[in-house]
Design a binder for this molecule. Structure first.
Ligand SMILES: [Zn+2]
Length: 192
């Protein structure tokens, strides 16, 4: 198992390679499908090998081309807690003229903390945690012995951000996974 950051435009997009099937974490801004395709080519990842996409939260630089990717065969996996935010996300993203409304296949809804379902559905050992703090729809994806993909969850030691209860609770969940590597939506990988 391996992870490649195929990000562009200051946001990280992670392609997790498990036996040449890929799980993509987050996608680009609306209107950047062409850029995403060229990144996949650049890193030698055939589109038809990208099976799944999970977005960490519904901000434009994380979900903007999710539906277009799904139309190309990449299934969007969503967590139960995110589903409550889907309608409002689709509504607020309407202001981007290139945005396509995100539609979820009911088979692709996975509960948080449900390792058996996640592992069976994706064929990769992991699970989803609900980790609000940056936004209430934010999740983190734990891939066992690879690391945690946290989206834009603020770091606790970032002095610019007033620590709040949600951020602290989210980090205590992340620390209890015992994973060492943290892959943020922006900036460099960190080690816990
Ligand atoms: Zn965000």
């Amino acid at each position: 198992m391996n992870v490649i950051n195929i990000g562009y435009g200051s946001t990280n997009y992670y392609a997790i390679d498990y036996e040449k099937k890929y799980l993509l974490i987050d996608t680009g801004l609306p209107g950047t499908l062409g850029k995403m395709m060229s990144q996949l080519r650049k890193y030698g990842i055939p589109l038809h090998d990208v099976h799944y996409l999970i977005v960490t939260h519904f901000h434009p630089d994380h979900c903007g081309i999710a539906q277009e990717m799904q139309s190309l065969g990449v299934e969007i996996i969503i967590s139960r807690s995110q589903l409550d935010f889907l309608e409002s996300a689709n509504e607020s993203m309407k202001k981007f003229q290139d945005f396509k409304k995100i539609v979820i296949n009911p088979q692709n809804i996975i509960n948080e903390n449900d390792k058996p379902s996640f592992t069976e559905r994706l064929g990769i050992p992991g699970y989803i945690l609900h980790t609000p703090g940056h936004s209430d729809d934010s999740i983190s994806i734990v891939i066992e012995r690879l690391g945690i993909f946290i989206g834009d969850l603020p770091f606790q030691n970032n002095m610019n951000i007033e620590s709040n209860g949600k951020v602290d609770t989210s980090w205590s969940q992340l620390r209890s996974t015992n994973e060492k590597h943290v892959f943020p939506g922006h900036g460099n990988t960190i080690t816990l």
